[in-house]
Design a protein around this ligand. Structure first.
Ligand code: NDP
Ligand code: 2IT
Length: 443
């Protein structure tokens, strides 16, 4: 690696102590971008483009106080990281989880810059959330928390400023409570959040978009390799929004899904899930062990899905859920493709193993961009006061995922024809943002 790489990453480490996930995400991107800049755009070094892109434009942190069902006072911390607005309003989800901290949100906001750029839509990058734990809370507690959260956040966001959406722990219910409070405070019905219900400004296909988009991307990778998903065995981690719709689309493309999981354990169903079985998983309220009472299957407490033999692995739960050993196990078992529904699910060491084995690898910033892409389409529909049909949105989602795939191929193919999708996504996402930042001057 060059001396510029060493000085730059040392600077990031020094400026962001105690933020390992953020440092990991920045390094993952600049490992591809710095050699590209050194070859094609040396002037960006003096313009401190990388120093600027890795520094949030603004970080907002605030207290969220609310009353639980026993009228006890509860205090949480809320955040919004407004990372980069070169391409459009800050855009990215809100995560509610006790694991949330500034390092996690900054890594997610940083990834979001490149992901949003890859969609081709006019979207900047941002992320936010809270260390609030939605598990075990009543609907009323969730509502009071969301109202208190928005009572502070509303002054920092807007339909042309910053447009949050869902992520872990934030789905249509939470978006509804947040939207209701924003509307009350601003007296303004506007597209300030995406992931709204279809009857009050939401887009069809937004709930499905990340999981469906992931499979459209994988389908295209296989097509590029004269292969298809028919009959392929898939392991999926997670049992939330992304995992569920990834599994549904995988089934419809003729693949067999044999695992879903959560933070407690993994269901292994050798016969493969059906739509009915997946709906049953959804009804279990996180108690996955119950599944084996209705269907012949195994539940593995405390285990991840990566030990089960598969053709394709789709991590769809959380960051760093697939480590070096998991990657080695998957590859030894014949896995030919790892595609990320989650954000940064593979550790840096796992990625090294995967790239060395030259199996198909789709990084999250490309493969899970379908969610934010349909969020972008929701913003377009809100601006013109229209709602497009399911078929129209689905067709646009598919086209966007195929275009992202082709961008990755364009920037990631080497002279031997081998495609490094990670490199392709990093450079493909970067060039557009860099152009825009350069054009907009030193800001
Ligand atoms: P959900 O809250 O709907 O589901 C999250 C799932 O992941 C749950 O099954 C949860 O299990 C599991 N999970 C969370 N943390 C852990 C952990 N530490 N170990 C094991 N399992 C865990 O979230 P989403 O499906 O929306 O998000 C999943 C991933 O996809 C995240 O990385 C998110 O950033 C990413 N993503 C989401 C998009 C979206 O539009 N929603 C768009 C692009 C990416 P449990 O219930 O036990 O916590
Ligand atoms: O990680 C992501 O891309 C999301 N959680 C979706 C963001 C969005 O604005 O729809």
């Amino acid at each position: 690696m060059s001396s510029y790489f060493k000085t730059f990453t040392a600077g990031v480490e020094q400026r962001n102590p105690h933020q390992p996930e953020f440092i990991q995400a920045v390094k993952e991107v600049v490992e591809d971008i710095i050699p590209y800049i050194e070859e094609h755009a040396k002037e960006l070094i003096d313009q401190k483009l990388l120093e600027r892109i890795s520094e949030p434009e603004r970080v907002i942190s605030f207290r969220v106080t609310w009353l639980d069902d026993k009228n006890r006072v509860q205090v949480n911390r809320g955040y919004r990281v407004q990372m980069n607005s070169a391409l459009g309003p800050y855009k990215g989800g809100l995560r509610f989880s006790p694991t949330v901290n500034l390092s996690i949100l900054k890594f997610l906001a940083f990834e979001q810059i490149f992901k949003n750029s890859l969609t081709g839509l006019p979207l900047g990058g941002g992320k936010g959330g809270s260390d609030f734990d939605p598990k075990g809370k009543s609907d009323n507690e969730i509502m009071r928390f969301c109202q208190s959260f928005m009572t502070e956040l509303f002054r920092h966001i807007g339909s042309e400023t910053d447009v949050p959406a869902g992520d872990i722990g934030v789905g249509e219910r939470e978006i509804g409570f947040l939207f209701g409070q924003y509307k009350r405070l601003q007296n303004n019905f506007t597209g300030v959040l995406t992931g709204k219900g279809p009857s009050w400004g939401g887009s069809y296909i937004r709930p499905e978009a990340t999981g469906f988009g992931l499979l459209y991307f994988v389908e295209r990778m296989f097509y590029e390799n004269q292969n298809s998903l028919k009959g392929k065995v898939i392991t999926i981690s997670g049992a939330g929004n992304v995992a569920y719709y990834a599994a549904i689309k995988a089934l419809s493309l003729g693949a067999k899904v044999i695992t879903v999981s959560n933070s407690n354990g993994t269901i292994y169903d050798e016969n493969g899930f059906t739509v009915e079985k997946l709906d049953y998983v959804n009804s279990l309220n996180r108690n996955l062990a119950e599944y084996t009472k209705r269907y012949p299957a195994e539940y593995h407490e405390g285990k991840k899905p990566w030990g089960f033999k598969c053709d394709i692995a789709l991590p769809c739960a959380t960051q760093n859920e697939l480590d070096e050993q998991d990657a080695k196990t998957l590859i030894a078992n014949g896995c030919m493709c790892i595609a990320e529904g989650a954000n940064m699910p593979s550790t840096a060491e796992a990625i090294k193993v995967i790239l060395k084995a030259k199996i198909l690898y789709a990084p999250g910033k490309a493969a899970n961009a379908g969610g934010v892409a349909v969020s972008g389409l929701e913003m377009s529909q809100n601006r013109i006061g229209q709602q497009w049909s399911t078929d129209k949105v689905d067709a646009r989602l598919k086209k966007i995922m195929h275009d992202i795939h082709d961008t990755c191929v364009h920037y990631g193919k080497d002279s031997n024809g081998v495609i490094n999708y990670l490199k392709g996504a990093n450079i493909g996402g970067f060039v557009k943002v860099a152009d825009a930042m350069r054009a907009q001057g030193v800001v």
